[in-house]
Design a protein around this ligand. Structure first.
Ligand code: SF4
Length: 430
């Protein structure tokens, strides 16, 4: 939820409005809350990225709960996570002459603030930023800084437990749940509204898919470029891109016509047409498969050589992303904010930055661009880009920065520039 609010650029002052109803529901049934926490531990302990994401969400939730709960709950939480913490009596503080020093190191606290004494090794965060007084191995922490102490302690302990959990060998009992746990991390919490018939903005057809690259997030632009270069996509690429285009409004007939032309000489009708009909629910169990969300793309298997699926911000290097963005017309100055987010492992925020630099003033213009789901779903990015173009009158895409470069895009399988790729890409006629 915190990540959703961040991605939707919700002002922090409005968090309460969004979070309170949700937390009230959770608090009504604390047993379910506990169970779901431990299920999520099992689901998110598997890789370092998943652990990092889960830790960030749990710490943000704890901080929020402590900061907005009744007085005394922070002290109770401290007693739970750090029983060594000792509340200093006022007379002891005065007697030891520590009070003036504590007040000097915390100018904003009152003279009668409660002070806790803990071994300094438990308050490294505060010590590192010189926010507390340290004497003879003990840190003296004012009550107002307890939240930071509790969350730091919680983070360390949860992190350690997740690592230990990830090393637990799978037992036959656990094997039953593996499939479910694997999918938890890829489930998109928001209602999936991008079905084949859901997009009224796009006029996608077999002849204009390449021209829509300017409306695609980096993951899909990369697939389009890979397709143009290699005249083929491997299994996961076909699924990721095929379902994206389906959600973007490409009909089955147009999809078959487009990919048959692109897979020229690869026996499309015999080898691949079935999987497209399957994606559209015309074969097999006839399910209407939805396009992949960002969570699914980011947390699914990483691409190997000659594969182009995945999220470039997660699975590519900074250099590869810079090269790709450069080809899409995003200049080095504009790339800085995107790279900063990628390097901080905020892949979805990097994607939102990409949208912002290629769609200037999207939120403040009259474009009525729905930015809510950006960074959550590739199709949301696509639709927001189309809405922006329509609203700003850029019928041919001039308003979208970098759109003029799209025809010159071509990448080798590894993401490096292909000597003759430009001509190959430009020769792909819709
Ligand atoms: Fe694609 Fe989502 Fe990654 Fe953006 S964050 S590149 S939309 S998977």
């Amino acid at each position: 939820m915190f990540e959703q609010l961040k991605l939707r650029h919700v002002d922090q002052s409005l968090y309460k409005k969004h979070l309170d109803p949700l937390l009230a529901r959770i608090n009504k049934n604390s047993t379910k809350d506990w169970i779901s926490h431990f299920v999520l531990r099992l689901a998110y302990c598997r890789t370092e990225d998943l652990r990092r994401w889960f830790l960030a969400q749990e710490v943000a939730l704890l901080k929020w709960r402590l900061g907005h709960s009744a007085a005394g709950s922070t002290t109770q939480a401290l007693a739970d996570v750090l029983p060594e913490a000792k509340l200093m009596a006022q007379k002891d503080l005065e007697h030891s002459n520590l009070l003036p020093l504590i007040l000097a190191s915390n100018p904003n606290i009152k003279i009668d603030t409660k002070i806790y004494q803990v071994p300094f090794t438990h308050a490294l965060d505060l010590v590192q930023h010189r926010q507390v007084l340290v004497r003879r191995g003990m840190a003296y922490i004012p009550e107002s800084k307890l939240v930071s102490l509790v969350t730091a302690r919680f983070r360390t302990s949860l992190s350690r437990q997740l690592v230990l959990l990830s090393a637990v060998p799978t037992t036959p009992g656990l094997q039953r749940t593996q499939g479910f746990l694997k999918n938890v991390a890829t489930v998109h919490a928001i209602k999936d509204q991008f079905q084949a018939d859901g997009d009224s903005l796009s006029d996608l057809n077999a002849n204009n898919v390449p021209a829509h690259i300017k409306h695609m997030p980096l993951c899909m632009a990369q697939l389009q470029i890979g397709l143009q270069t290699e005249k083929h996509l491997k299994h996961w690429g076909r699924l990721q891109y095929g379902l994206f285009l389906k959600g973007a409004g490409l009909s089955l007939e147009d999809a078959l016509a487009y990919f048959e032309r692109m897979f020229a000489g690869k026996g499309f009708s015999k080898e691949y047409a079935y999987s497209w009909r399957h994606m559209y629910g015309k074969e097999g169990k006839r399910a209407n498969y939805p396009p992949y969300s960002c969570a699914k793309v980011i947390n699914s298997n990483a691409p190997n050589a000659n594969e182009h699926h995945g999220c470039p911000f997660k699975h590519g290097t900074v250099q590869e992303v810079a090269t790709l963005l450069g080809r899409l017309g995003v200049n080095p100055q504009q790339q800085k904010g995107i790279m900063a987010q990628q390097q901080s492992h905020n892949y979805q925020l990097a994607c939102v930055e990409h949208f912002k630099v290629t769609h200037p003033n999207a939120e403040s213009s009259n474009a009525n661009v729905q930015v809510d789901n950006l960074g959550n779903h590739p199709n949301a990015w696509f639709q927001a880009s189309l809405a922006y173009e329509k609203a700003t009158g850029g019928g041919s895409g001039e308003n979208i920065k970098g759109s003029s470069t799209s025809s010159a895009l071509a990448m080798t399988p590894s993401g490096k520039q292909h000597e003759s790729a430009t001509s190959a890409a430009t020769s792909v006629s819709p």
